[in-house]
Ligand binder design. Structure first.
Ligand code: NAP
Length: 248
């Protein structure tokens, strides 16, 4: 069955890998990005080359009007949305909590928590059968950090992802009666540019010694799990927190 999917933060990393895999299934994709227009255009070209359709939509998930606009643009281009990947997320340079500024904490929670909640709210409004939608699948990007806590570097980020786990559990029950399945993926150390944005480009490889599978994961390995949760192959799964972390 063809799908119309909105992916937040799809210009790079895990979001881009999901977009391309959607393209391989001939699905249509709203490719949201924050500011990297060139990367977003490359994702759109890759989705199209794979056999799907895509549009790039600039917008900050922490901004409510941007979130509404990204849903509207995807719907206007392709029709009703039946899958949302709540993927946009940020880290900041590794610090102990005692060293973190209020500004850093505000931005971390604005993007990773408020942004993810706004996207989930809009998914509920657009896909819920109680509001004229046809149901669908919402996949939230949490992190193994939610259970590891990330001491000494990212306790702010880890807490923001704990909120995603809790939201997934509650929302899966709230939205089951209106035809929306809600699940979360908890990636471990995945080889993307997020580590460089936190000032440690080699982090995934450096810490891989602690991973039972002894290597970082790839964005495609995370995307495989997300596509499973988007598709009907997971039709009886909701409220799941799926670790894609090499056993870590
Ligand atoms: P990434 O490579 O840093 O890519 C981040 C993406 O999010 C980019 O497309 C970026 O757009 C977009 N973005 C950033 N801030 C945004 C905002 N405010 N509004 C809209 N889009 C925004 O990240 P990633 O590694 O693929 O991570 C994706 C998700 O997986 C995140 O939620 C992350 O926390 C989670 N995760 C990642 C790992 C890992 O090891 N990589 C592990 C656990 C969980 P631009 O290109 O325009 O900047």
């Amino acid at each position: 069955m063809s799908r119309n999917i909105l992916i937040t933060g799809a210009s790079r990393g895990i979001g881009r890998a999901v977009a391309i895999q959607c393209g391989k299934r001939c699905w249509s994709v709203g490719v949201n990005y924050a500011g990297n227009e060139k990367a977003a255009a490359e994702t759109v070209a890759a989705v199209t080359a794979a056999g799907g359709k895509a549009i790039a939509i600039k917008g900050d998930v922490a901004n409510e009007s941007d979130v509404l606009a990204m849903f509207d643009a995807t719907q206007d281009a392709f029709g009703p949305i039946n899958g949302v990947v709540n993927n946009a997320g940020i880290v900041a340079p590794g610090l102990k909590l005692a060293e973190m500024s209020a500004l850093r904490l505000q931005r971390m929670f604005a993007v990773n928590v408020t942004g993810a909640y706004l996207v989930a709210r809009e998914a509920a409004r657009r896909m819920g059968t109680d509001r004229g939608g046809k149901g669908g699948s919402l996949v939230n990007l949490s992190s193994a950090a939610a259970r590891l806590g990330s001491p000494g570097e990212y306790v702010d980020y880890a807490g923001s992802k704990g909120a995603i786990d809790t939201m997934t559990i509650g929302l899966s029950k709230e939205l089951a009666p209106v035809g929306i399945r809600v699940n979360a993926i908890r990636p471990g150390l995945i080889d993307t540019e997020i580590h460089a944005s936190g000032g440690a480009p080699d982090r995934a490889f450096r810490l891989a010694v602690n991973v039972p599978l002894a290597r970082p994961g790839t964005a495609d390995e995370v995307a495989n799990a997300i596509l499973f949760l988007l598709s009907d192959e997971s039709s009886y799964i909701t409220g799941a927190l799926l670790d894609v972390s090499g056993g870590r």
